[in-house]
Design a protein around this ligand. Structure first.
Ligand code: UD1
Ligand code: CA
Length: 465
């Protein structure tokens, strides 16, 4: 069966203006990489319109790094890869795609995207695609109006309804004044590309093979002018990178507000996901990465950082807490100043207080660890109360060991458990105890030296000023 739509993402350029060691497609963006965004929107479009689809990349600079990143990030997708050793222009990049990717020529339509336009969205691509289909055209180019069009190819419309594109370098004074510019994104019939691509030359000011030469006044091609130019914004330097990230976050905040998420001051939030439920409130300086998921009615107080974590409904995360790979279950209260490390699973209605660090531990319902404690490699049963300054001594210098504490226990302040150790249900550990042996259900343990008090002896130790 013929593949309906082949998407090719041109990403061979060096991106020297980014001043980064990484190849440009791997420049960081919203906690991921630039290239993730056209890939995902291309996949979405492909899924929306076609029974069959394929996404490919033309790589050049840092080719292996880009390939490794893409294949490991989308293990369920089968990508086509073409290598463009020398960047001889966008038409040459497209040639590399058709010459090297086995299925490229079999796709009925070809969507051309760039790796450095992370704000591109499925809706714009769908509009572009539909223009081509409904008008039975051979090619369409997405265009927009730019007050300062410098650097872009200009859209020169002919009286007969056709158009062609003139690059900045090749434009005369009149053409340079044209404000309608080429976004660099196109949908074309593959057969049309193959009929014309190989005859494109490089006799122009840049000496490059221009993909834009596929568009000529007397071809069945059309520019599609988009009112909103934001989706086509390119990232060529760190100024544009920051502006594009800000634009993307504004878009996310807008969608979240529409859904019922309230912001105290959204300009100072850094939210990379739309997975936040209605009724949640977000204070300033909250960071949430794209892998995290937040339920309904959650309060996220100022300065909290949430990475790869799940927060269920009605949780209160108090100020300046740091979560990574953690789960906070329904109605738990965490922080202020709490650190939840990978594998921290905080049971519903549990309370974790200030300066508490929890790593790879499962706390059941209603557990309290209110102050200044470290809990690692542990399991703690329902309703157990851990006093202030408790430590699971889980590491012996070579290996990590497990601590089990049953339900309804009371662990006095300033206690330690030396793992591996198991405390049963309904146990009581006296303050300042070091627990090295297992405790059966219902037992009491105390392990600290007896106090001896010498009357009148303090003056020997008190230093007079
Ligand atoms: C191109 C268009 C221009 C348009 C602009 C929008 C041409 C000739 N011109 O400009 O009309 O306004 O995009 O940004 O196409 N790339 C390769 N191999 C190459 C050259 C480029 O893979 O040999 C990739 C780049 O990595 C980038 C994309 O193609 O992702 C666009 O290249 P870039 O150099 O930014 O565009 P221009 O040619 O300046
Ligand atoms: Ca002690």
């Amino acid at each position: 069966m013929k593949t309906k739509l082949g998407t090719v993402i041109l990403s061979a350029g060096a991106g020297t203006r980014m001043k980064m060691k990484l190849p440009k497609p791997l420049a960081p963006f919203m906690g991921r990489c630039l290239v993730d965004f056209p890939i995902e929107e291309g996949l979405k479009l492909n899924k929306a319109i076609g029974e069959s689809y394929k996404v490919s990349l033309v790589t050049g600079h840092g080719s292996d790094l880009v390939k490794d990143y893409v294949t490991s990030s989308y293990p369920e997708e089968e990508f086509g890869f073409a290598y463009q050793e020398e960047q001889l222009g966008t038409a040459h990049a497209l040639k590399c795609y058709f010459d090297q990717v086995s299925f490229a020529k079999d796709c009925e339509y070809t969507l051309v995207l760039c790796a450095d336009t992370p704000l591109i969205n499925m809706a714009s691509l769908e509009t572009l695609y539909k223009e081509l289909i409904t008008n039975d055209l051979d090619g369409v180019a997405a265009t927009f109006l730019e007050e300062t069009p410098k650097g872009y190819g200009r859209i020169i419309r002919s009286k007969e309804g056709g158009f062609h594109i003139v690059e900045e370098k090749d434009a005369d004074d009149i053409q340079r004044k044209v404000n309608e510019v080429n976004s660099g994104m196109y949908v074309l019939k593959t057969k049309f590309i193959l009929d014309h691509l190989y005859s494109i030359g490089s006799t122009n000011k840049a000496g490059e093979f221009y993909l834009t030469d596929l568009f000529k006044d007397d071809y069945k091609v059309k520019p599609v002018l988009f009112e909103d130019k934001m989706p086509f914004a390119g990232v060529n330097d760190l100024h544009q990178l920051e502006r594009s990230e800000q634009a993307m976050r504004r878009r996310i905040v807008f969608n979240l507000r529409e859904k019922g998420v309230r912001f105290i001051d959204s300009r100072h939030t850094y939210i990379d996901t739309e997975n936040i439920g209605a009724g949640s409130v977000i204070y300033p300086n909250v960071h949430i990465d794209h892998k995290s998921c937040i339920g309904e009615g959650v309060t996220l107080e100022a300065g909290s950082i949430i990475i790869d974590s799940t927060i269920e409904d009605e949780v209160i995360l108090k100020a300046y807490s740091h979560l990574e790979g953690a789960i906070l279950r329904k109605s738990s209260v965490v922080g202020p100043y709490a650190r939840m490390r990978p594998g921290a699973d905080i049971g519903s209605e549990s309370k974790i207080g200030n300066f508490v660090e929890i790593k790879k531990s499962v706390l059941s319902r209603g557990v309290k660890v209110s102050h200044l404690s470290y809990v690692g490699d542990a399991e703690i049963g329902d309703q157990t109360n851990i006093g202030c300054g408790f430590i699971t001594c889980n590491y012996d210098g070579a290996n990590k060991h497990k601590t089990e504490i049953g339900e309804n226990c009371f662990i006095g302040s300033d206690s330690q458990t030396v793992a591996p150790v198991k405390i049963g249900d309904n146990c009581f550990v006296a303050s300042s105890s070091t627990i090295t042996n297992n405790m059966p259900d219902g037992s009491f343990a105390i392990s600290r030296t007896k106090q001896s008090t010498k009357e009148g002896m303090a003056k020997r130790f008190l230093k007079s000023k």
